[in-house]
Design a protein around this ligand. Structure first.
Ligand SMILES: Nc1ncnc2c1ncn2[C@@H]1O[C@H](COP(=O)(O)OP(=O)(O)OP(=O)(O)O)[C@@H](O)[C@H]1O
Ligand SMILES: [Mg+2]
Length: 508
Protein backbone atom coordinates (compact mmCIF):
# COMPACT_ATOMS: atom_id res chain seq x y z
CA UNK A 1 0.00 0.00 0.00
CA UNK A 2 1.24 3.41 -0.85
CA UNK A 3 0.80 6.71 0.89
CA UNK A 4 -2.85 7.22 1.89
CA UNK A 5 -2.65 10.59 0.20
CA UNK A 6 -2.62 8.79 -3.13
CA UNK A 7 -5.86 6.95 -2.51
CA UNK A 8 -9.43 8.06 -2.82
CA UNK A 9 -11.08 9.08 0.44
CA UNK A 10 -11.90 5.90 2.34
CA UNK A 11 -15.63 5.55 2.86
CA UNK A 12 -16.67 6.74 6.29
CA UNK A 13 -13.41 8.54 6.99
CA UNK A 14 -13.92 11.40 9.40
CA UNK A 15 -13.72 14.94 8.10
CA UNK A 16 -10.62 15.52 10.20
CA UNK A 17 -8.31 13.15 12.01
CA UNK A 18 -5.26 14.16 13.98
CA UNK A 19 -3.04 11.15 14.53
CA UNK A 20 -0.39 10.85 17.17
CA UNK A 21 0.63 14.50 17.14
CA UNK A 22 3.69 15.51 19.15
CA UNK A 23 5.29 18.93 19.51
CA UNK A 24 8.15 20.13 21.66
CA UNK A 25 9.34 23.70 22.25
CA UNK A 26 12.82 23.54 23.77
CA UNK A 27 12.35 21.87 27.12
CA UNK A 28 8.54 22.06 26.96
CA UNK A 29 6.79 18.98 25.58
CA UNK A 30 3.62 20.80 24.55
CA UNK A 31 1.87 17.82 22.93
CA UNK A 32 2.45 14.08 22.88
CA UNK A 33 0.58 11.34 21.06
CA UNK A 34 -2.59 13.37 20.48
CA UNK A 35 -5.19 11.57 18.41
CA UNK A 36 -8.51 13.26 17.73
CA UNK A 37 -11.37 12.94 15.27
CA UNK A 38 -13.93 15.43 14.03
CA UNK A 39 -16.92 14.62 11.83
CA UNK A 40 -18.74 16.89 9.42
CA UNK A 41 -21.53 18.73 11.24
CA UNK A 42 -20.01 18.12 14.66
CA UNK A 43 -19.06 20.66 17.32
CA UNK A 44 -16.16 19.31 19.34
CA UNK A 45 -15.27 21.22 22.51
CA UNK A 46 -11.57 21.11 23.28
CA UNK A 47 -10.91 21.86 26.94
CA UNK A 48 -7.94 21.78 29.30
CA UNK A 49 -5.96 23.84 31.78
CA UNK A 50 -3.87 26.84 30.80
CA UNK A 51 -0.84 25.53 28.98
CA UNK A 52 -2.38 22.11 28.27
CA UNK A 53 -1.63 22.47 24.55
CA UNK A 54 -4.96 23.50 23.01
CA UNK A 55 -3.74 26.48 21.00
CA UNK A 56 -0.61 24.61 19.93
CA UNK A 57 -2.73 21.79 18.53
CA UNK A 58 -4.79 24.30 16.54
CA UNK A 59 -1.65 25.98 15.20
CA UNK A 60 -0.49 22.59 13.96
CA UNK A 61 -3.86 21.95 12.34
CA UNK A 62 -3.53 25.26 10.53
CA UNK A 63 0.07 24.77 9.44
CA UNK A 64 1.40 27.62 11.58
CA UNK A 65 3.53 25.07 13.47
CA UNK A 66 4.92 21.83 12.11
CA UNK A 67 4.42 18.76 14.32
CA UNK A 68 7.50 16.79 15.40
CA UNK A 69 5.49 13.64 14.92
CA UNK A 70 2.06 12.64 13.70
CA UNK A 71 -0.19 13.60 10.85
CA UNK A 72 -3.26 15.57 9.86
CA UNK A 73 -5.83 13.76 7.72
CA UNK A 74 -8.77 15.41 5.99
CA UNK A 75 -11.32 13.04 4.45
CA UNK A 76 -8.79 10.33 5.19
CA UNK A 77 -6.07 11.99 3.12
CA UNK A 78 -2.86 13.20 4.62
CA UNK A 79 -2.15 16.92 4.52
CA UNK A 80 1.01 18.62 5.67
CA UNK A 81 0.21 22.31 5.58
CA UNK A 82 3.38 24.32 5.34
CA UNK A 83 1.63 27.57 6.23
CA UNK A 84 -1.81 28.88 7.20
CA UNK A 85 -2.50 29.96 3.61
CA UNK A 86 -2.19 26.32 2.51
CA UNK A 87 -4.63 25.33 5.23
CA UNK A 88 -7.05 28.09 4.24
CA UNK A 89 -7.01 26.87 0.65
CA UNK A 90 -8.03 23.43 1.92
CA UNK A 91 -10.93 24.93 3.89
CA UNK A 92 -9.29 24.92 7.33
CA UNK A 93 -9.60 28.08 9.41
CA UNK A 94 -8.47 28.85 12.94
CA UNK A 95 -9.73 31.87 14.80
CA UNK A 96 -7.03 32.76 17.25
CA UNK A 97 -7.22 33.47 20.93
CA UNK A 98 -5.56 36.85 20.44
CA UNK A 99 -7.07 38.68 17.48
CA UNK A 100 -4.41 39.21 14.88
CA UNK A 101 -5.41 42.24 12.88
CA UNK A 102 -3.55 44.91 10.95
CA UNK A 103 -4.44 48.07 12.93
CA UNK A 104 -3.74 50.55 10.13
CA UNK A 105 -5.83 48.80 7.51
CA UNK A 106 -9.56 49.29 7.36
CA UNK A 107 -12.08 46.80 8.70
CA UNK A 108 -12.94 45.77 5.12
CA UNK A 109 -9.33 45.29 4.11
CA UNK A 110 -8.64 43.25 7.22
CA UNK A 111 -11.60 41.07 6.45
CA UNK A 112 -10.35 40.17 3.01
CA UNK A 113 -6.59 40.29 3.45
CA UNK A 114 -4.92 37.96 0.96
CA UNK A 115 -8.08 37.86 -1.11
CA UNK A 116 -8.51 41.37 -2.47
CA UNK A 117 -9.92 41.23 -5.97
CA UNK A 118 -8.29 43.62 -8.37
CA UNK A 119 -10.76 45.46 -10.55
CA UNK A 120 -9.78 46.96 -13.87
CA UNK A 121 -6.36 45.46 -13.52
CA UNK A 122 -4.69 47.09 -10.57
CA UNK A 123 -7.22 48.95 -8.46
CA UNK A 124 -8.86 47.37 -5.52
CA UNK A 125 -12.53 46.85 -6.22
CA UNK A 126 -13.81 48.97 -3.38
CA UNK A 127 -17.44 48.44 -4.23
CA UNK A 128 -17.10 44.67 -4.17
CA UNK A 129 -15.16 44.88 -0.93
CA UNK A 130 -17.81 47.08 0.61
CA UNK A 131 -20.63 44.79 -0.48
CA UNK A 132 -19.00 41.69 0.95
CA UNK A 133 -17.99 43.42 4.18
CA UNK A 134 -21.48 44.77 4.63
CA UNK A 135 -22.96 41.29 4.20
CA UNK A 136 -20.72 39.90 6.93
CA UNK A 137 -21.37 42.82 9.30
CA UNK A 138 -25.07 42.24 8.81
CA UNK A 139 -24.73 38.68 9.97
CA UNK A 140 -23.63 40.08 13.32
CA UNK A 141 -26.11 42.96 13.10
CA UNK A 142 -23.19 45.35 13.26
CA UNK A 143 -23.76 47.10 9.94
CA UNK A 144 -24.77 50.28 11.77
CA UNK A 145 -22.10 49.99 14.45
CA UNK A 146 -18.87 49.29 12.59
CA UNK A 147 -17.87 51.27 9.54
CA UNK A 148 -16.15 49.16 6.86
CA UNK A 149 -13.60 51.92 6.28
CA UNK A 150 -12.69 52.55 9.93
CA UNK A 151 -9.09 51.60 10.73
CA UNK A 152 -9.25 48.25 12.52
CA UNK A 153 -6.99 49.65 15.25
CA UNK A 154 -9.81 51.92 16.40
CA UNK A 155 -12.07 48.98 17.27
CA UNK A 156 -12.54 47.84 20.86
CA UNK A 157 -11.52 44.37 22.00
CA UNK A 158 -14.93 42.81 21.33
CA UNK A 159 -15.20 44.13 17.80
CA UNK A 160 -11.65 43.04 16.99
CA UNK A 161 -12.57 39.56 18.01
CA UNK A 162 -15.69 39.66 15.85
CA UNK A 163 -13.60 40.93 12.95
CA UNK A 164 -11.34 37.92 13.33
CA UNK A 165 -14.40 35.66 13.35
CA UNK A 166 -15.96 37.29 10.29
CA UNK A 167 -12.69 36.89 8.45
CA UNK A 168 -12.91 33.14 8.86
CA UNK A 169 -16.56 32.94 7.87
CA UNK A 170 -16.17 34.68 4.57
CA UNK A 171 -15.20 31.76 2.35
CA UNK A 172 -15.70 28.03 1.89
CA UNK A 173 -14.63 26.84 5.30
CA UNK A 174 -15.04 23.11 6.06
CA UNK A 175 -13.13 22.89 9.32
CA UNK A 176 -13.34 25.81 11.70
CA UNK A 177 -11.59 26.17 14.99
CA UNK A 178 -12.48 28.90 17.47
CA UNK A 179 -9.94 29.46 20.23
CA UNK A 180 -11.71 31.17 23.16
CA UNK A 181 -13.76 33.32 20.78
CA UNK A 182 -16.05 34.87 23.38
CA UNK A 183 -13.49 36.14 25.87
CA UNK A 184 -14.09 39.78 24.85
CA UNK A 185 -17.69 39.47 23.65
CA UNK A 186 -20.82 40.68 25.38
CA UNK A 187 -23.53 38.16 26.17
CA UNK A 188 -25.53 39.33 23.17
CA UNK A 189 -22.60 39.07 20.80
CA UNK A 190 -21.83 35.61 22.17
CA UNK A 191 -25.39 34.50 21.48
CA UNK A 192 -25.10 35.72 17.91
CA UNK A 193 -21.86 33.84 17.50
CA UNK A 194 -23.50 30.68 18.86
CA UNK A 195 -26.30 31.03 16.33
CA UNK A 196 -23.72 31.27 13.55
CA UNK A 197 -21.83 28.25 14.90
CA UNK A 198 -25.06 26.24 14.95
CA UNK A 199 -25.92 27.32 11.44
CA UNK A 200 -22.49 26.28 10.20
CA UNK A 201 -22.86 22.94 11.94
CA UNK A 202 -26.15 22.44 10.12
CA UNK A 203 -24.32 23.19 6.86
CA UNK A 204 -21.90 20.36 7.63
CA UNK A 205 -18.90 22.32 8.84
CA UNK A 206 -16.78 20.55 11.47
CA UNK A 207 -16.10 22.88 14.38
CA UNK A 208 -13.54 22.73 17.17
CA UNK A 209 -14.51 25.05 19.99
CA UNK A 210 -12.04 25.97 22.74
CA UNK A 211 -13.36 27.57 25.89
CA UNK A 212 -12.83 27.74 29.63
CA UNK A 213 -16.55 28.44 30.10
CA UNK A 214 -18.47 25.28 30.83
CA UNK A 215 -21.85 26.79 30.00
CA UNK A 216 -20.65 27.52 26.45
CA UNK A 217 -19.36 23.99 26.10
CA UNK A 218 -22.77 22.73 27.24
CA UNK A 219 -24.63 25.05 24.89
CA UNK A 220 -22.71 24.01 21.78
CA UNK A 221 -20.76 20.78 22.05
CA UNK A 222 -21.71 17.42 20.58
CA UNK A 223 -18.56 15.92 21.99
CA UNK A 224 -15.84 16.94 24.42
CA UNK A 225 -12.10 16.32 24.19
CA UNK A 226 -9.90 16.96 27.19
CA UNK A 227 -6.19 17.78 27.02
CA UNK A 228 -4.02 17.50 30.08
CA UNK A 229 -0.29 18.27 30.00
CA UNK A 230 -0.20 17.74 26.26
CA UNK A 231 -1.99 14.37 26.35
CA UNK A 232 -5.49 13.73 25.15
CA UNK A 233 -7.12 12.13 28.19
CA UNK A 234 -10.64 11.72 26.80
CA UNK A 235 -12.88 12.28 23.79
CA UNK A 236 -16.53 11.42 24.45
CA UNK A 237 -20.05 12.47 23.52
CA UNK A 238 -20.97 15.53 25.58
CA UNK A 239 -23.88 13.67 27.21
CA UNK A 240 -21.52 11.13 28.77
CA UNK A 241 -19.53 13.67 30.78
CA UNK A 242 -20.99 15.94 33.43
CA UNK A 243 -19.20 19.14 34.48
CA UNK A 244 -17.54 17.57 37.49
CA UNK A 245 -16.20 14.75 35.32
CA UNK A 246 -14.79 17.22 32.79
CA UNK A 247 -13.05 19.22 35.53
CA UNK A 248 -11.67 16.10 37.10
CA UNK A 249 -10.26 15.02 33.72
CA UNK A 250 -8.79 18.48 33.11
CA UNK A 251 -6.97 18.99 36.36
CA UNK A 252 -6.63 15.44 37.64
CA UNK A 253 -8.12 16.40 40.99
CA UNK A 254 -11.61 17.36 42.08
CA UNK A 255 -12.31 21.09 42.32
CA UNK A 256 -14.47 22.05 45.24
CA UNK A 257 -15.36 25.40 46.64
CA UNK A 258 -14.36 27.81 43.96
CA UNK A 259 -15.08 30.65 46.35
CA UNK A 260 -14.09 30.68 49.97
CA UNK A 261 -16.84 31.42 52.39
CA UNK A 262 -14.81 33.45 54.90
CA UNK A 263 -16.68 36.69 55.62
CA UNK A 264 -14.60 39.73 56.18
CA UNK A 265 -14.78 42.71 58.49
CA UNK A 266 -13.69 45.69 56.41
CA UNK A 267 -11.49 48.32 58.09
CA UNK A 268 -10.93 52.02 57.41
CA UNK A 269 -11.79 53.68 54.11
CA UNK A 270 -8.81 53.43 51.76
CA UNK A 271 -10.17 54.77 48.54
CA UNK A 272 -12.73 57.55 48.52
CA UNK A 273 -13.88 58.50 45.05
CA UNK A 274 -16.09 61.57 44.76
CA UNK A 275 -17.99 62.95 41.82
CA UNK A 276 -15.79 61.72 38.99
CA UNK A 277 -16.81 63.16 35.65
CA UNK A 278 -15.27 62.98 32.22
CA UNK A 279 -16.52 62.23 28.73
CA UNK A 280 -17.55 58.72 29.78
CA UNK A 281 -18.31 59.09 33.50
CA UNK A 282 -21.13 60.93 35.20
CA UNK A 283 -20.73 61.79 38.87
CA UNK A 284 -19.19 58.53 40.03
CA UNK A 285 -18.73 58.26 43.80
CA UNK A 286 -17.91 55.25 45.97
CA UNK A 287 -15.62 54.07 48.75
CA UNK A 288 -13.42 51.04 49.14
CA UNK A 289 -12.27 49.90 52.57
CA UNK A 290 -9.23 48.00 53.70
CA UNK A 291 -10.06 44.30 53.73
CA UNK A 292 -12.91 44.69 51.28
CA UNK A 293 -13.57 43.41 47.77
CA UNK A 294 -15.90 45.67 45.82
CA UNK A 295 -17.18 44.64 42.40
CA UNK A 296 -18.14 46.78 39.44
CA UNK A 297 -20.91 45.14 37.48
CA UNK A 298 -22.78 46.24 34.39
CA UNK A 299 -22.81 45.78 30.67
CA UNK A 300 -19.78 46.22 28.44
CA UNK A 301 -19.56 49.94 27.71
CA UNK A 302 -21.23 51.00 30.97
CA UNK A 303 -18.06 52.78 32.07
CA UNK A 304 -16.46 50.23 34.37
CA UNK A 305 -13.06 50.26 32.68
CA UNK A 306 -13.25 54.06 32.56
CA UNK A 307 -13.66 54.18 36.35
CA UNK A 308 -10.55 52.01 36.70
CA UNK A 309 -8.57 54.19 34.31
CA UNK A 310 -9.66 57.42 35.99
CA UNK A 311 -8.72 56.22 39.48
CA UNK A 312 -5.40 55.00 38.08
CA UNK A 313 -4.62 58.41 36.60
CA UNK A 314 -4.73 57.12 33.04
CA UNK A 315 -7.62 59.32 31.86
CA UNK A 316 -8.37 62.99 32.45
CA UNK A 317 -11.14 64.14 34.75
CA UNK A 318 -13.29 67.17 34.20
CA UNK A 319 -14.50 67.08 37.82
CA UNK A 320 -14.19 65.05 40.97
CA UNK A 321 -11.46 63.82 43.27
CA UNK A 322 -9.83 60.64 44.49
CA UNK A 323 -8.70 60.32 48.10
CA UNK A 324 -6.43 57.65 49.48
CA UNK A 325 -6.63 57.13 53.25
CA UNK A 326 -8.02 60.65 53.58
CA UNK A 327 -5.40 62.35 51.44
CA UNK A 328 -6.44 63.95 48.17
CA UNK A 329 -4.40 62.63 45.25
CA UNK A 330 -3.06 64.58 42.33
CA UNK A 331 -3.33 62.08 39.50
CA UNK A 332 -1.60 63.34 36.41
CA UNK A 333 -0.53 59.89 35.24
CA UNK A 334 -0.44 56.25 36.35
CA UNK A 335 2.95 56.96 37.98
CA UNK A 336 1.16 59.20 40.50
CA UNK A 337 -1.38 56.47 41.23
CA UNK A 338 1.31 53.82 41.65
CA UNK A 339 3.25 56.10 44.00
CA UNK A 340 0.06 56.52 46.05
CA UNK A 341 -0.32 52.75 46.36
CA UNK A 342 -2.81 51.99 43.60
CA UNK A 343 -2.32 49.14 41.13
CA UNK A 344 -4.27 48.28 37.99
CA UNK A 345 -4.21 45.00 36.08
CA UNK A 346 -5.92 46.03 32.83
CA UNK A 347 -8.23 43.90 30.71
CA UNK A 348 -6.28 44.08 27.49
CA UNK A 349 -3.15 42.19 28.45
CA UNK A 350 -1.59 42.17 25.02
CA UNK A 351 -2.13 45.83 24.31
CA UNK A 352 -1.42 47.45 27.65
CA UNK A 353 -0.10 45.14 30.25
CA UNK A 354 2.71 42.97 28.99
CA UNK A 355 6.06 43.48 27.40
CA UNK A 356 5.64 40.48 25.16
CA UNK A 357 9.27 40.25 24.17
CA UNK A 358 10.58 40.56 27.73
CA UNK A 359 11.02 37.71 30.18
CA UNK A 360 8.57 36.52 32.80
CA UNK A 361 10.89 37.95 35.45
CA UNK A 362 11.11 41.40 33.90
CA UNK A 363 7.36 41.55 33.45
CA UNK A 364 6.76 40.66 37.07
CA UNK A 365 9.32 42.95 38.70
CA UNK A 366 8.72 45.82 36.32
CA UNK A 367 6.45 47.68 38.68
CA UNK A 368 8.48 47.16 41.83
CA UNK A 369 10.33 50.48 41.97
CA UNK A 370 11.80 50.02 45.44
CA UNK A 371 13.95 47.25 44.00
CA UNK A 372 15.47 49.48 41.41
CA UNK A 373 18.74 51.00 42.48
CA UNK A 374 19.60 54.60 41.86
CA UNK A 375 21.41 53.53 38.71
CA UNK A 376 18.19 52.08 37.41
CA UNK A 377 19.47 48.53 37.63
CA UNK A 378 17.52 45.77 39.24
CA UNK A 379 19.19 44.01 42.10
CA UNK A 380 19.41 40.64 40.41
CA UNK A 381 18.89 38.32 43.34
CA UNK A 382 15.89 40.11 44.79
CA UNK A 383 14.20 40.39 41.40
CA UNK A 384 14.70 36.69 40.79
CA UNK A 385 13.26 35.75 44.16
CA UNK A 386 10.19 37.88 43.65
CA UNK A 387 9.56 36.52 40.18
CA UNK A 388 10.03 32.96 41.35
CA UNK A 389 7.65 33.47 44.23
CA UNK A 390 4.88 34.73 41.92
CA UNK A 391 5.44 31.89 39.45
CA UNK A 392 4.98 29.43 42.32
CA UNK A 393 2.03 31.21 43.88
CA UNK A 394 0.09 31.51 40.66
CA UNK A 395 1.35 28.22 39.21
CA UNK A 396 2.50 29.97 36.07
CA UNK A 397 3.41 27.25 33.63
CA UNK A 398 6.78 28.25 32.21
CA UNK A 399 10.12 26.49 31.84
CA UNK A 400 11.65 29.30 33.91
CA UNK A 401 11.51 32.98 34.80
CA UNK A 402 13.80 33.79 31.88
CA UNK A 403 11.17 32.60 29.35
CA UNK A 404 9.88 35.24 26.93
CA UNK A 405 6.27 36.06 27.82
CA UNK A 406 4.97 35.78 24.24
CA UNK A 407 5.82 32.07 24.39
CA UNK A 408 3.50 31.37 27.31
CA UNK A 409 -0.05 30.19 26.76
CA UNK A 410 -2.76 32.87 26.90
CA UNK A 411 -3.91 32.06 30.42
CA UNK A 412 -0.38 31.98 31.73
CA UNK A 413 0.27 35.44 30.27
CA UNK A 414 -2.73 36.66 32.23
CA UNK A 415 -1.23 35.18 35.39
CA UNK A 416 2.00 37.12 34.76
CA UNK A 417 -0.02 40.37 34.72
CA UNK A 418 -1.55 39.43 38.07
CA UNK A 419 1.83 38.36 39.44
CA UNK A 420 3.25 41.78 38.72
CA UNK A 421 0.65 43.49 40.88
CA UNK A 422 0.69 40.91 43.61
CA UNK A 423 4.45 41.42 43.85
CA UNK A 424 4.00 45.15 44.13
CA UNK A 425 1.53 44.77 47.02
CA UNK A 426 -0.36 48.00 46.47
CA UNK A 427 -2.84 49.15 49.11
CA UNK A 428 -5.59 49.29 46.52
CA UNK A 429 -5.61 46.84 43.64
CA UNK A 430 -7.93 47.24 40.67
CA UNK A 431 -8.47 44.11 38.61
CA UNK A 432 -10.19 44.49 35.23
CA UNK A 433 -11.50 41.10 34.10
CA UNK A 434 -8.81 39.29 36.10
CA UNK A 435 -9.69 35.73 35.12
CA UNK A 436 -10.39 36.16 31.43
CA UNK A 437 -8.88 33.14 29.70
CA UNK A 438 -7.95 31.49 32.98
CA UNK A 439 -8.86 27.86 33.57
CA UNK A 440 -11.16 26.78 36.38
CA UNK A 441 -8.45 25.31 38.57
CA UNK A 442 -6.31 28.44 38.35
CA UNK A 443 -9.36 30.61 39.02
CA UNK A 444 -9.80 28.94 42.38
CA UNK A 445 -6.15 29.71 43.18
CA UNK A 446 -6.56 33.35 42.18
CA UNK A 447 -9.72 33.78 44.26
CA UNK A 448 -7.89 32.31 47.23
CA UNK A 449 -4.99 34.74 46.70
CA UNK A 450 -7.35 37.70 46.54
CA UNK A 451 -8.89 36.47 49.78
CA UNK A 452 -5.45 36.32 51.43
CA UNK A 453 -4.52 39.81 50.23
CA UNK A 454 -7.65 41.47 51.56
CA UNK A 455 -7.25 39.58 54.82
CA UNK A 456 -3.91 41.39 55.09
CA UNK A 457 -5.64 44.76 54.61
CA UNK A 458 -5.58 45.38 50.87
CA UNK A 459 -8.66 46.85 49.21
CA UNK A 460 -9.61 45.24 45.90
CA UNK A 461 -11.86 46.62 43.17
CA UNK A 462 -12.91 43.95 40.67
CA UNK A 463 -14.46 44.52 37.26
CA UNK A 464 -15.96 41.35 35.90
CA UNK A 465 -18.49 40.35 33.29
CA UNK A 466 -18.77 36.91 34.84
CA UNK A 467 -21.67 37.04 37.21
CA UNK A 468 -20.64 34.07 39.39
CA UNK A 469 -17.28 35.73 39.89
CA UNK A 470 -18.81 39.02 41.02
CA UNK A 471 -21.30 37.35 43.30
CA UNK A 472 -18.83 34.87 44.73
CA UNK A 473 -15.90 37.19 45.29
CA UNK A 474 -17.27 40.59 46.28
CA UNK A 475 -18.52 42.00 49.57
CA UNK A 476 -20.38 44.73 47.71
CA UNK A 477 -21.32 45.24 44.09
CA UNK A 478 -21.66 48.62 42.41
CA UNK A 479 -23.80 48.38 39.29
CA UNK A 480 -23.03 50.78 36.47
CA UNK A 481 -25.11 51.90 33.52
CA UNK A 482 -24.28 54.62 31.01
CA UNK A 483 -21.37 56.05 32.99
CA UNK A 484 -23.19 56.19 36.35
CA UNK A 485 -23.31 54.04 39.42
CA UNK A 486 -26.97 53.07 39.62
CA UNK A 487 -26.84 50.79 42.67
CA UNK A 488 -24.65 49.76 45.58
CA UNK A 489 -25.66 46.24 46.63
CA UNK A 490 -24.34 44.28 49.56
CA UNK A 491 -23.69 40.59 49.18
CA UNK A 492 -26.97 39.57 50.75
CA UNK A 493 -29.14 41.62 48.41
CA UNK A 494 -27.21 41.00 45.19
CA UNK A 495 -28.23 38.38 42.70
CA UNK A 496 -27.81 37.90 39.00
CA UNK A 497 -31.28 39.03 37.98
CA UNK A 498 -31.17 42.14 40.13
CA UNK A 499 -27.80 43.20 38.72
CA UNK A 500 -28.95 42.64 35.14
CA UNK A 501 -32.18 44.55 35.69
CA UNK A 502 -30.27 47.49 37.15
CA UNK A 503 -27.62 47.40 34.45
CA UNK A 504 -30.23 47.54 31.71
CA UNK A 505 -32.56 50.09 33.21
CA UNK A 506 -33.44 53.09 31.11
CA UNK A 507 -31.42 56.17 31.85
CA UNK A 508 -33.27 59.31 32.87
N1 LIG B 1 6.22 29.32 20.51
C1 LIG B 1 6.40 28.70 21.69
N2 LIG B 1 7.63 28.61 22.24
C2 LIG B 1 7.82 28.00 23.43
N3 LIG B 1 6.84 27.42 24.16
C3 LIG B 1 5.59 27.47 23.66
C4 LIG B 1 5.29 28.12 22.41
N4 LIG B 1 3.97 28.02 22.18
C5 LIG B 1 3.45 27.35 23.24
N5 LIG B 1 4.42 27.01 24.11
C6 LIG B 1 4.24 26.24 25.37
O1 LIG B 1 3.49 25.09 25.07
C7 LIG B 1 2.56 24.79 26.12
C8 LIG B 1 1.15 24.72 25.55
O2 LIG B 1 0.72 26.05 25.22
P1 LIG B 1 -0.69 26.37 24.56
O3 LIG B 1 -0.66 27.80 24.18
O4 LIG B 1 -0.97 25.37 23.50
O5 LIG B 1 -1.68 26.14 25.81
P2 LIG B 1 -3.27 26.34 25.89
O6 LIG B 1 -3.84 25.01 26.22
O7 LIG B 1 -3.76 27.00 24.67
O8 LIG B 1 -3.43 27.27 27.18
P3 LIG B 1 -4.43 28.55 27.48
O9 LIG B 1 -5.69 27.96 28.03
O10 LIG B 1 -3.70 29.30 28.56
O11 LIG B 1 -4.59 29.32 26.23
C9 LIG B 1 2.76 25.87 27.16
O12 LIG B 1 3.62 25.37 28.16
C10 LIG B 1 3.41 26.99 26.39
O13 LIG B 1 4.21 27.78 27.23
MG1 LIG C 1 -4.55 28.87 24.28
Amino acid sequence: MSDPADLAAPAGAPLLALRNIAKRFGVVQALSGVTLELRAGEVLALVGENGAGKSTLMRILEGAHQPDEGEVLIDGRRHAFRSPSHAHAAGVRVIHQEPDIAPDLSVAENMFIGDLRPAAGIFLDRRDLLRRTHALLKRFRLEHVISPWAPAGTLGAAHRQILEIMRALRSGVRILSLDEPTSSLTEEESQRLFAIVRQMRAEGVGIIYISHRMHEVRALADSIAVLRDGHLVAQRPAGELDDAAVLQLMVGRPITNLFQGARRAPGEVLLDVRGLCNTRLRDVSFTLRAGEVVGLGGLVGAGRTEVARAVFGADRLSAGEVRMAGRRLVLRSPADAIAAGIGLAPEDRKGQALLLLASVQDNIVLSVPQLISRLGLLRGGAARDIAQQQVRRLRIRTPGIAQIVSKLSGGNQQKVVLGRWLARQPRVLILDEPTRGIDVGAKAEIYRLIGDLVAQGMGVLVISSEMPELLGLCDRILVMAAGRIVADLDRASANEQRILDLAMQEQP
